[in-house]
Ligand binder design. Structure first.
Ligand code: PEP
Length: 243
């Protein structure tokens, strides 16, 4: 299992440090692989708190370009330089707020891999796409458009996040999660065998109270957690549910 906390655009440096410290102090022996994705400006401070701990740290996004005239963007080498070991790409909030296409996301996946970062690739359908019966086709298209055809094994994790379940308190049914995760697994086996065994995370209003049943669902290899990763007790509760 792999449990990842996406802190999004929240908090101060001091709050990020305190949250990281509470996770370091509270992480139980034998916890699954755990990662946090603080705001980019907090990476340096959080990295210091996490030093020597078993918690990985990553960036929430990266540029697809290596360097240069891209005002406001953050390159993968800058993330790595700040101690990040991974990066989230293709989050629906990036796709919506910044109009990122699958081609943009593909460039980011390639950039992350080239810097040796573990990449968490987010895919997921909108409510309209689900209601019109296109959820699986949309996710297949996102996978095909954003995953390169050659990469080192084990370096990409997929996060299935139905857009309508993110930050809304709505969770996909367990049978919908199982169906989508099963589809993603067989798509990977058929199309990207190098990462056919990678973790497939579920994301969308995961909490300590619903995590256990989600983790018991076929092909769920953990969670990408937003809101509930901002409180250490809640996030540690999700981690406990994965043990
Ligand atoms: C996310 O942003 O990836 C997410 C799943 O958010 P939340 O847990 O708040 O729904």
């Amino acid at each position: 299992m792999f449990i990842a906390g996406n802190w999004k655009m929240n908090g101060t440096v001091a709050e990020a440090e305190a949250l990281a410290q509470a996770l370091v102090d509270g992480l139980p022996e034998g916890a699954p692989a755990t990662a946090v994705f603080p705001p980019a400006l907090h990476l340096g401070a959080v990295g210091k708190v996490l030093e020597g701990s078993k918690i990985f740290m990553g960036g929430q996004d990266c540029s697809g370009a290596e360097k240069g005239a891209h005002t406001g963007d953050i390159s993968v080498s800058m993330l790595a330089d700040m101690g990040a070991r991974g990066v989230i790409v293709g989050h629906s909030e990036r796709r919506t707020d910044h109009g990122e296409s699958d081609a943009d996301v593909l460039a980011k996946v390639k950039a992350g891999l080239s810097a040796g970062l573990g990449v968490v690739l987010c895919v997921g359908e909108t409510l309209e796409e689900r209601d019109s019966g296109r959820a699986e086709a949309v996710v297949r298209e996102q996978l095909g458009g954003s995953l390169p055809t050659d990469f080192p094994a084990g370096s990409v994790v997929i996060a299935y996040e139905p857009v309508w379940a993110i930050g809304t308190g709505k969770v996909a049914t367990l049978s919908d999660i199982a169906a989508m995760h099963g589809m993603i697994r067989s798509w990977l086996q058929d199309n990207r065998p190098e990462i056919a065994k990678t973790f497939i995370l579920y994301g969308g209003s995961v909490k300590a109270s619903n995590a256990a049943e989600i983790f018991a669902t076929d092909e769920v290899g953990g969670a990408l957690v937003g809101g509930a990763s901002l409180k250490s007790d809640d996030f540690l509760g999700i981690i406990a549910a994965a043990m």
